[in-house]
Every structure is written in structure tokens, then in C-alpha cells.
Design a protein around this ligand. Structure first.
Ligand code: GLU
Length: 485
């Protein structure tokens, strides 16, 4: 048996987006699972829309996701003469014909046939022209396109997800395989290259399923064995419409630049429309290869859940060594210091912030942006937390008294601060929450975060006391709960 060969065949007409990356991942996983090869083909025959910048982005994103092709990539723009040979062979075999009708006239013919209520898809008027006449017209320099001559029988193929697909011949038009400028069309280029590359399985999006009958016909006419087709349902946005930029779904490299982990994106995308058959969520590539099967691909569309991606990224983030994150975030801090957003010298807080926040962050930037209190004084209060936690009129005095007791500590550590706070709460005959929550709001400005005592010790006595006094003053001015509007 031959070695399975799979490919990813993006058109460089845009950045590699989530859907494309998932297609690449599925092909890669199946190739690995079957002990085969994973190949890459750049489908750049559309010269006006293909850009080097997009090709570079696709290659960078694949490299970043660690889905690297096993052989040198094939670029369709280098393949021109081969497609010509295939088109000529199809004409020779009577499977295709030259169509000398101009595009304008063709449009008119199509419009007329629609008007007269003809049910059959378009058939070119030259489909039965004899070969000699056709050759003679070519010699006289008459321009022509080449169309595939749809045979009078249903096209049947087996799809790995959708099962048997049968398409009646009168629903497929005599499609163009070579344009009047001798450029091949997508259908003939894809089939020619898949044959040349020895592709055995094609996993691609459902948006291509309407191309498959045409491609099946080309294989048959050439006497080539078609690959196994596996059409994967498209990814939908939360509104159940096809996922697009509108949903905030972005290019893979955009996620990279936001600090997402490639392993998390890979894991998340692999599970978008494929299931290992159990409820595992966090899987290594090896585990995914082991479990991957076409049967596990869901015939219904998967919905892209950004929150789940954030969660999964958080899972991967919490496993990263602190040093990696610190190194990644140093330049961010430096930039914010230069722009005046953060005070000079605040970078010394980065290691402790990483240590305390890492397991709660969704993306590395959260460690700074959602926890600015490590790097500068809070200037505002989270209104919801303030309303809930700062309603007791005694809060300003309690904050000041607690601050005084903290100040008196010669050793400001987790145990001593905890003890001081609890003793004071007991004296007041209130639950310790009555002191913990206002203290947290004083030092961080927000309602959640790591353990309070961890934050207190990280910030140090002086900052803690100053911030507690700041909140006490603010509450005297704005009331309890404070009127923040
Ligand atoms: N180039 C096509 C695309 O980017 C894919 C063709 C295929 O997989 O057969 O949508």
C-alpha cells in the first residue's frame, strides 16, 4: 500500500485565519495518524488577489503552530505548462472542448436559456464541434476557452463526513477549465496537483463540496484515482453565521501577537469540530494524533467560542515557567514607562506579578493590563465592587485603624498581617470580610485577584498603608458606598 499523503492548499489571498488553520491541523493530524506525509501547496493562480505578504503570513503561522510540511512546498504559479498538458489531454480524450464563443455572447446565451425556462445547467454550443473544425479555428488564431463536457450520468463520490454524495448531471454546467488567456481554472489546477503530489486524502471545508463533483469528473476522464474526500462543516460564530472577521475572529498571527500560546491554539482548533470520543479537553499533539479519526469529525458545524479559547490559553499559560513570561512582558512594561502610562522603576514588580497572576491570566498581557495595581497606585475603583463592599459607614475609620496596626508591625509578612486583621475583626465583632474586601479595594482598586495577603506582601508596607489612607479619604469625600459618577 502506498504511503498516505495529505495536503493543505491555501490561497494566499488573505492571512491564515482560524478556519484555514483548523483545516491544516486536521490534515496534519490525519497524516501523522496514518503514518503519512503532510504537504503544503500555495494556490496562487489568481494573480490579482494573491500577495506575497499573505503567503509569508500563512507560512509564519504554520511554523508558529508547528505544523510544518514534510516536503518542499509546491507553488501553483510554477506549474503552468503541466496544467496545459492536462487540459490538452482532456480535449484529446473528448472530455473537454474548445469554446470559441466570446464571454459577452456566452452571458447572453445563458440569460436566454434561463428566460426560456431550460432546466439543464449551461452547455456550450461548441461541445459537439468536430475536432478538425476546432483545430482549424485554433490555427486561424480564434480565441477560445476550454470547457469540461459534462457526461450524461450522475456523479457519485463518497465523503468521509457526509457519506455518499450524488449529483445529477444537469445541475453541473460545462465548467471552464482553461480561460481564454490560457490560465487554468481552480478545478483543473487542484486535480492536476493533487494527482502529481500523490494526494490520497483531501480534508477541506464544506465550502468546497460543490467543487468535488467537477473534480471527480476530471479524475475519471484522466483515468486517475481520486483521493478520499473529507469535507468538514464550516466554523460558525456565536450568532450561527459563518465565522468571519465580524465576529472578531482573526488571523492566527494576530492571536500570536496578542500573546496566545501556539499549543493552546492548536489544541483548541483541533477540538473545533472534532472530538476524541471522550471529554478530554487538554491534549498534547501526540494524544491528538493517537485519538484522531475521520469518524470523530462532527457532521454539524462547530461554533467558535472565544471564551473557551481564552480559558484554554490560560491553562497553557499557567504551565509556562515564570522566566518565559517575564522575558515576554519586559518590553511591554518598558514601552508603558516610556509612554508615561506607568512610573519609572515599576518593572521590579514584574516577577511577583507573574508569580501571583500567571494561573489566573488568559493572555500574558492580562498580567499587566488587568493588574495595574502592581505597577502603579490605583486611581479609580471598580464601581460594582465598590458599591457592594464599601457600604458600611465605619469603613474609613476601620481602614485607618488597620493601616495603623499594619504600620506598627516590625515584620510585615503573611502571618503577621493576617493575624492583625483577624484580631481587629474580632475586636469589632465583625466577620473578617468586612476588613478584607475594603483593604483589597484600597490596594488594588478592583474586586478580585490573588490572595489578599500575597498582594499586601508583594506591594510592601508603605504602599499598602498609603493606599488604605487614600481609600479612607476618598470614602469620606464620596460617601459609603462612594458616589463614583
Ligand atoms: N485553495 C483553496 C482555498 O484556499 C483550497 C482548495 C482545496 O483544498 O482543494 O480555499
Amino acid at each position: 500500500m502506498s504511503i498516505p499523503r495529505l495536503r493543505f492548499a491555501p490561497s494566499p489571498t488573505g492571512y491564515l485565519h482560524i478556519g484555514g488553520a483548523r483545516t491544516a491541523i486536521f490534515n496534519w493530524l490525519l497524516a501523522r495518524k496514518l503514518g503519512g506525509k503532510f504537504l503544503l501547496r500555495i494556490e496562487d493562480t489568481d494573480k490579482s488577489r494573491s500577495k506575497k505578504e499573505y503567503e509569508d503570513d500563512i507560512l509564519d503561522a504554520m511554523q508558529w503552530l508547528n505544523i510544518v510540511p514534510d516536503e518542499e512546498l509546491l507553488r501553483q504559479s510554477n506549474q503552468g505548462s503541466f496544467y496545459r498538458e492536462v487540459v490538452d489531454a482532456l480535449i484529446q480524450r473528448g472530455a473537454a472542448y474548445r469554446d470559441f464563443v466570446s464571454p459577452e455572447e456566452t452571458e447572453m446565451l445563458k440569460a436566454e436559456s434561463i428566460k426560456s425556462g431550460v432546466q439543464v445547467a449551461f452547455r456550450g454550443i461548441h461541445r459537439d464541434m468536430n475536432q478538425e473544425t476546432s483545430d482549424r479555428l485554433v490555427e486561424t488564431g480564434e480565441p477560445y476557452a476550454v470547457r469540461f463536457k459534462i457526461p450524461d450520468e450522475s456523479v457519485v463520490f463518497q465523503d468521509g463526513v457526509h457519506g455518499k454524495v450524488e449529483v445529477p448531471p444537469d445541475s453541473i454546467e460545462d465548467f471552464v477549465i482553461m480561460r481564454r488567456d490560457f490560465t487554468p481554472t481552480y478545478q483543473v489546477a487542484v486535480v492536476s496537483d493533487d494527482f502529481l503530489m500523490g494526494i490520497t486524502h483531501v480534508i477541506r471545508g464544506d465550502d468546497h463540496i460543490s467543487n468535488t463533483p467537477k473534480q471527480t469528473l476530471i479524475y475519471k476522464a484522466m483515468g486517475w484515482e481520486p483521493p478520499e474526500f473529507i469535507h468538514v462543516p464550516l466554523i460558525l460564530g456565536p450568532d450561527k453565521k459563518r465565522l468571519s472577521k465580524r465576529h472578531g475572529a482573526s488571523a492566527v498571527t494576530e492571536y500570536r501577537d496578542k500573546g496566545y500560546q501556539p499549543e493552546a491554539i492548536f489544541n483548541f482548533l483541533a477540538l473545533l469540530g472534532w472530538s476524541p470520543g471522550d471529554d478530554r479537553e487538554n491534549m498534547t499533539p501526540e494524544e491528538m494524533i493517537e485519538a484522531f479519526s475521520i469518524k470523530g469529525i462532527n457532521p454539524k458545524s462547530a461554533v467558535f467560542d472565544e471564551k473557551k479559547l481564552e480559558w484554554m490559553n490560560g491553562e497553557y499559560l499557567s504551565r509556562l515557567p515564570d522566566e518565559v513570561l517575564i522575558k515576554q512582558l519586559r518590553p511591554v512594561i518598558a514601552e508603558k514607562v516610556i509612554s508615561g502610562e506607568l512610573p519609572k522603576g515599576c518593572g521590579s514588580m514584574l516577577p511577583v506579578a507573574v508569580k501571583l497572576i500567571k494561573s489566573r491570566a488568559r493572555v500574558p498581557l492580562d498580567i499587566i493590563d488587568r493588574n495595574l495595581y502592581f505597577f502603579k497606585e490605583p486611581e479609580t475603583l471598580d464601581p460594582k465592587a465598590a458599591k457592594k463592599r464599601l457600604k458600611d459607614p465605619e469603613t474609613p475609620e476601620r481602614l485607618e485603624e488597620l493601616a495603623r496596626r499594619f504600620d506598627a508591625l516590625s515584620d510585615f509578612n503573611e502571618e503577621t498581617t493576617d493575624e492583625v486583621l483577624r484580631t481587629y475583626a474580632e475586636e469589632l465583632e465583625v466577620g473578617s470580610g468586612k476588613l478584607i474586601h475594603p483593604t483589597r479595594l484600597a490596594v488594588t482598586g478592583i474586586g478580585g485577584g490573588p490572595g489578599l495577603y500575597d498582594v499586601l506582601i508583594a506591594l510592601g508596607k508603605e504602599k499598602v498603608i498609603n493606599r488604605m489612607k487614600w481609600l479612607a479619604d476618598l470614602l469620606r469625600e464620596k460617601g459609603t458606598p462612594p458616589n463614583l459618577s
